[in-house]
Design a binder for this molecule. Structure first.
Ligand SMILES: Cc1cc2nc3c(=O)[nH]c(=O)nc-3n(C[C@H](O)[C@H](O)[C@H](O)COP(=O)(O)O)c2cc1C
Length: 182
């Protein structure tokens, strides 16, 4: 039996963070071994315990300055990871990733990831259309990241336009495209 691919699921402070729970389940249904890492802000939207219980793995969260030194887990986390998926990816985290910042465990994990990175942004339409965000997405794409663009429609903030987290099946399909066959 081949080992299931290790997938890192990064969850950030977007109102769409609750959808990451279902994304985790869909990934597990594919037979993937999913490890979750969260920003501090994401824990305001969904509790790490939910991901801990479902993934059966520890869930590192937050900023290094406030972490137990024993918890410096970003390097171990990404070791042998097949793909790192950041979904939903906030505008803030996308900026961190585009600029190579590593103050929190999620962005440090992304920086230490030598395999493929997949980013599914979710945000208000004005935030998504802002040239800063567009440039950050383009920078990451130029470096080889796969961007699964947000969908259009009614947004949680009341606006209408592009910004909804892509359909979960489309995120799964994008991961499958990246994973080596077999
Ligand atoms: C109710 C609420 C919903 C939010 N939803 C989003 C969102 O969908 N996308 C986004 O980029 N920012 C959103 N924000 C702002 C982020 O939470 C904020 O930029 C935060 O610093 C992101 O931190 P992180 O990238 O470290 O997770 C929201 C803020 C609030 C109060």
């Amino acid at each position: 039996m081949p080992k299931p691919p290790k997938i890192i699921l990064g969850v950030t402070g977007s109102i769409a963070a609750y959808k990451a729970v279902e994304l985790l389940r869909l990934m597990q249904r594919k037979g993937w071994d999913v490890w979750v890492v969260m920003t501090e802000c994401a824990t305001q939207y969904v509790g790490p315990l939910t991901f801990r219980a479902l993934s059966l793995h520890p869930v590192p969260t937050g900023f290094y300055a406030s972490m137990d030194p024993e918890g410096y887990t970003h390097l171990g986390l990404t070791e042998q990871a097949a793909v790192m998926v950041v979904a939903p990816c906030s505008a803030n985290t996308m900026a961190r990733l585009a600029h190579g910042l590593a103050e929190d465990v999620l962005s440090a994990a992304a920086l230490s990831m030598d395999g493929p990175l997949l980013i599914a942004p979710a945000m208000n339409v004005k935030m998504w259309m802002n040239p800063a965000t567009q440039e950050n997405a383009a920078t990451l794409a130029r470096r080889g990241a796969t961007i699964v663009p947000p969908g259009c429609g009614a947004l949680a903030c009341g606006a209408t336009g592009a910004g909804r987290l892509a359909k979960l099946v489309d995120i799964i399909a994008a991961v499958e495209n990246i994973l080596p066959a077999g």
